[in-house]
Write a new protein. Structure first.
Length: 257
């Protein structure tokens, strides 16, 4: 476990800040590194601190929490868990839960807060960080290697870089896309409304090779008998085939690398 995790609070309610800060004192691993009371200040603070955990109020004086995240965009280049922090009624929060690690209601319920922090530690410590292969790191010096965001089925907001991703596979039984990463043995299920077009628009290195497969072309070694051969750590994946409809396009893309 890390010695500590950096926390930032974005809220314009002083009492709410005090209450949240008090609750966080029970967890010495969580250290508050900064507080911002509007979106403009938060936009400067977040990339500077690069927090592990962000408590984000939805209604800020100058913008919404959602607008703040959109403005940050490419500046979010690290792994960060976002907890939307709001006084909204529970029945109004379903949309928020679809795009966040978690949410917290004002005033804070201590049991809910404890369960949320426990889940944060479990999620954060579950998988060790694994560096991408050297050839991927070299290719990713390109400015095209920008952070993108995908919402998972478990309500996490995943901040990823293209080199984290080997491929996407459409699960026809569950009717959703799954993402296969370098540093986790099991795929992450994406929300059912995430389309192939949205995935492809996330990065130019993502290329569709079949109706049910989108690959990171940087991991592709060759195409042999219409089968994709990949660099480690995906070298044991041998069941991904290129369909005839996509073969020419991927060949052209591969030759451009």
């Amino acid at each position: 476990m890390k010695n500590y995790y950096k926390v930032i609070i974005i809220d314009d309610d002083e009492l709410a800040i005090e209450n949240l800060s008090f609750e966080l004192k029970a967890y010495p691993q969580l250290q508050i590194e900064g507080i911002a009371r509007n979106g403009f200040s938060a936009k400067k603070l977040i990339p500077k601190i690069m927090p592990d955990l962000l408590f984000l109020d939805i209604e800020l004086p100058d913008m919404s929490g959602f607008e703040l995240l959109r403005l940050l965009g490419e500046e979010l280049t690290w792994e960060m868990k976002i907890i939307f922090y709001t006084a909204y009624n529970k029945y109004m929060l379903e949309a928020i839960r679809n795009a966040a690690f978690d949410y917290l209601l004002k005033p804070i319920d201590r049991d809910d807060f404890a369960n949320m922090i426990k889940r944060f530690f479990e999620k954060t410590e579950a998988q060790p960080t694994q560096a991408a292969p050297l050839h991927i790191q070299i290719r990713n010096l390109s400015p095209l290697n920008q952070t993108f965001i995908v919402p998972s089925l478990t309500n996490d907001l995943q901040f990823l870089r293209p080199d984290d991703v080997g491929y996407f596979k459409y699960n026809s039984n569950r009717k959703l896309w799954e993402i296969y990463l370098c540093n986790t043995p099991t795929p992450i299920a994406l929300r059912k409304n995430v389309s192939a077009e949205q995935i492809l628009s996330s990065s130019p290195v993502f290329v569709q090779i079949h109706q049910s497969h989108i690959i990171n072309i940087n991991y592709l070694v060759m195409i042999k008998d219409k089968k994709c051969i990949f660099y480690p750590p995906f070298n044991n994946v041998n069941d991904i085939q290129v369909s005839k409809a996509y073969l020419k396009k991927i060949q052209e893309k591969f030759l451009m690398l």
